[in-house]
Design a protein around this ligand. Sequence first.
Ligand code: LHQ
Length: 259
Amino acid sequence: MDGEIIFGVQAGIATITLNRPEKLNSFNRSMALSLQRALDECALLSNVRCVLITGNGKAFSAGQDLAEVTGENAAAMPDIVSEYYNPIVSRIRHLQKPVLAAVNGVAAGAGANIALCCDVAVACYSASFIQAFSKIGLIPDSGGTFFLPRLVGWQKASALMMLGDRVNAVEAEALGMIYKAFPDEEFFPAVLGLATQLSELPTRGLAFTKQALNFSLFSTLEEQLNREDALQKQAANTNDYAEGVQAFLQKRKPVFSGK
Ligand code: LHQ
């Protein structure tokens, strides 16, 4: 996909690698649109049961390519947020498959917030997260003002967004910003293990879980209980539910098909 994204599918896992390493995988228009297309592809491909997003080289992503927003051909600000980042975040949240962010290095600005909106985000010890926006007079976008206070609490989020502190991976795990941090040398085996695990779980059940979590962000308890009831009925209609129960009763390991 245009060379700025490397896309591959193997054993149920679609890997999307942000590939502008010399620019710390910062987003230009082409990379943003390629990421959107790759996510669309993941939605369409029935053999994809887990999506892994990572970066090539020493960074995950330094956010917007600031060279693109200066000079005569600079894209207008409203276009950047609505054309690049909002469609990426919406696609990740609405994809009916688990999305794993493997943060292999610095994640700044929109790069950080794209990682944080994924279903599971992990990082290597040498990675870090920076809400870099305030340093250039912007506000956190890509869902940052939505997800970060929900992940780490209002006060921490507010301070991190205003001060633009660099948060290392171990702190990010302690804050609940990410699921886990791994030593660098253990990172890729750990990521592969998690991606494999996610790809072998009941995919439709995970999609219903994701729908319930999305819905919980705005609902009352009563609304949420009703939503869980409706989604549980759908989950109970899947082949994987039948397989899960049978396997338990037969004391064997379940083999889920994702259907
Ligand atoms: C970069 C970038 C970069 C271009 C490193 N762009 N070249 C929405 C609406 C509209 C407009 C703006 O944006 C947004 C959303 C956003 O994402 S706003 C936030 C944009 N991102 C930033 O402000 C982060 C800027 N980068 C940094 O603060 C540092 O580079 C970090 C902390 C990420 C990494 O620091 P270092 O590891 O010390 O690397 P470095 O600074 O030396 O960067 C290496 C190279 O990458 C360097 O190029 P050079 O030619 O000198 O080797 C940088 O210029 C380039 N680079 N980030 N965002």
